[in-house]
Design a protein around this ligand. Sequence first.
Ligand code: ZN
Length: 155
Amino acid sequence: MASGIEHDNVIKILTIPIGVLIALIFKAHIGFLFGTSFLLTGLWLSPDLDTISRPLKRWGILQVFWWPYRKMIPHRSFFSHGPLIGTSIRFLYITGIVSLLTILINKFTSINFSLDIKTVKSLINQYPKETIALLCGAEASAWTHMFQDMFPITK
Ligand SMILES: [Zn+2]
């Protein structure tokens, strides 16, 4: 198994080349979005959020929101480290947490904070290629992680 530092280093090393490659194949902004998603999800939404890990600690005090996730998902299980399913579950989980917080903020404070699903759907419909670039960047990051866990680089 690769260590947290090794996971971080590979994500950081691959971000620019993979972003440039995608930019050359598609368009510059698609490569930028892909690379940015690859980097950010690799560091903050890693499959290793299922355990005490560097990505978890990056959340600071907000890591408390990942406690139920860690209790429900066994470390290195198919549900955190499986292709497509791991990233999907993490995105759904964080969307659920944000939705719950939105409801609580609106119910118990005078702040009128709205998470408008229609706006999100409209953005996805308006920018489908960009949405796909963001999602593929996140999934590529997870695949990089899974590959490293299967075939760790030995020094
Ligand atoms: Zn892992």
